[in-house]
Design a protein around this ligand. Structure first.
Ligand SMILES: Cc1cc2nc3c(=O)[nH]c(=O)nc-3n(C[C@H](O)[C@H](O)[C@H](O)COP(=O)(O)OP(=O)(O)OC[C@H]3O[C@@H](n4cnc5c(N)ncnc54)[C@H](O)[C@@H]3O)c2cc1C
Length: 442
């Protein structure tokens, strides 16, 4: 071990102590390739949001971001790409154009965390030291979690697609257009899922498209979900159940997709313990998801592989100079960019406090949001907290389908993402919510 770790209680209050730990052993520094006051792992939504803020607050040369990808994707737009309302190009920007100025961009993947010695190791063998670490690695979509899925996704002729990858979201719309009727199946895996509404949003868009293009009468639309509810918040679940009924969609709970062949989808009925086979002519798959494989067994991970943070302060439970944000953490809220925005506001306050030697004081309430698109021009804007209680921004009933919320999702949120969140300037709608409710809501 290069550096001894101090007891949690001492570390919590002492940025000076971090510094002395960090600077005290010349031999430790000699073994590191480079060191930074802040290292952010991952240049996705959370990494860039916090990184941009760090660069502004702590100045030049304070920050390194470790990120292997050349392209950053605005993933929430994949649903609209799958539905033909946006082009894939609009979701992608070069990573270089989004990196905060003067941040060192380490173009590699982290393979190992050494929090006792305050450094990480990258795939190309660099040891990168830090005083403070922010982990924003995202999660892994496990295509091999459904047998037979991957080759069918790759086959341009197959009627199988997924919006969960930038490689296949455009294929979803091609298949929607090619479909001439029959059985259309949409799958939802067990949680966790990035934006748990996404597997059904594409169904509503496809159903609307087929209705407008005269193939709906020849079509059976089925939503097979591994869960026991259509949505985890009662208010919005009730609204969605009405939509499903009005649109004549078959809804089956506790059906977990385990295999897809050329013409059939095989589901485990987890309630009955039986296997059911469905013939399909169109299939949108939402693969199972989980922590990155490399996170399993890391000292900063919990037993599953999520970054183990306090769910309210987002500070690591054992390493106080480590913070987590977004999909990679074990914070028990729906994994969305909206959650990332609200978490980024908490992290800014708490990182600034810890750097000053204070305890983190800002507390995350679990705010997350899912714009539930129910058709072209219709959206139910779900917003809720840790306890699945609605936490709505607007002073009207967001449980209703509204055109205004569709435009918010399609036209306003992308700008908020690129110009606000990724630049560290958007911390979620908490302030707007207070203003719109005239200070009556937190
Ligand atoms: C189809 C779909 C629809 C969605 N719809 C919505 C929506 O309507 N509303 C909403 O709010 N959210 C939505 N989301 C979810 C949202 O996109 C994510 O929750 C959000 O992007 C999470 O941000 P993050 O920073 O945690 O992870 P990401 O943005 O995924 O970033 C993770 C980054 O880490 C990098 N990385 C991975 N491994 C390593 C490594 N070993 N070392 C270093 N870097 C690494 C990756 O390259 C990536 O850049 C949707 C997502 C999908 C896929």
């Amino acid at each position: 071990m290069l550096l001894q770790r101090a007891p949690r209680s001492t570390l919590r209050n002492g940025s000076g102590l971090f510094k002395s730990l960090f600077h005290s052993t010349p031999s430790a520094r000699a073994q590191l390739d480079h060191t930074h006051q802040f290292v952010v792992v991952g240049g996705g939504a959370g990494g860039l949001a916090v990184g941009s803020w760090i660069r502004r607050k702590y100045g030049e040369n304070s920050l390194a971001i470790i990120e292997p990808a050349d392209t950053h994707y605005y993933q929430p737009m994949f649903t609209l790409v799958g539905g033909g309302a946006k082009k894939m190009d609009a979701t992608a920007r070069p990573m270089a154009s989004l990196m905060p100025p003067d941040a060192k961009w380490v173009r590699s993947s982290v393979t190992e965390f050494r929090p006792d010695e305050n450094y990480v190791v990258t795939a190309d063998g660099q040891r990168v030291g830090y005083e403070y670490l922010v982990v924003a690695l995202g999660l892994e979509v496990k295509y091999d979690g459904i047998k037979g899925l991957q080759p069918l996704l790759e086959d341009p002729q197959s009627m199988v697609s997924t919006n969960y990858s930038p490689l296949y979201a455009s294929k979803t719309f091609q298949n929607i257009q090619r479909f001439t009727g029959g059985n259309a199946i949409f799958t939802m895996p067990p949680l966790p899922v990035k934006c748990p509404g996404a597997p059904q949003k594409i169904m509503y868009l496809a159903e609307d498209y087929w209705r407008k293009h005269g193939v709906r009468d020849e079509t059976t639309v089925t939503y097979n979900t591994a869960l026991g509810v259509i949505f985890g918040v009662k208010k919005y679940a009730n609204s969605l159940l009405k939509v499903v009924e009005e649109r004549d969609i078959k809804l089956n709970f506790q059906r977990k997709c385990v295999e897809i062949t050329k013409n059939e989808a095989i589901f485990e009925n987890t309630q009955e313990g039986t296997i059911e086979t469905y013939k399909y002519d169109f299939l949108h798959a939402s693969p199972p998801q989980g922590p990155l494989a490399m996170m399993k067994g890391q000292p900063i991970s919990d037993e599953i592989g999520w970054v183990d943070v306090d769910k309210t302060t987002l500070q690591h439970r054992r390493y106080p100079n480590v913070f987590g944000i977004g999909d990679c953490t074990n914070v028990p809220t729906s994994k969305t960019a909206a959650a990332v925005a609200a978490e980024s506001a908490i992290l800014k306050t708490n990182i600034a406090a810890v750097v000053k030697g204070l305890n983190p004081s800002a507390l995350y309430d679990g705010y997350t949001s899912c714009p539930l698109i129910t058709g072209y021009g219709k959206t139910i804007l779900a917003e809720f907290d840790f306890n699945a209680n609605p936490l709505e921004t607007f002073p009207f009933d967001q449980g209703k389908e509204r055109r205004s919320m569709y435009h918010l999702k399609k036209d306003v949120m992308p700008e908020l993402y690129w110009e606000g969140l990724l630049k560290g300037l958007w911390g979620g709608p908490a302030i707007a919510r207070k203003i719109m409710h005239l200070g009556t809501r937190e």
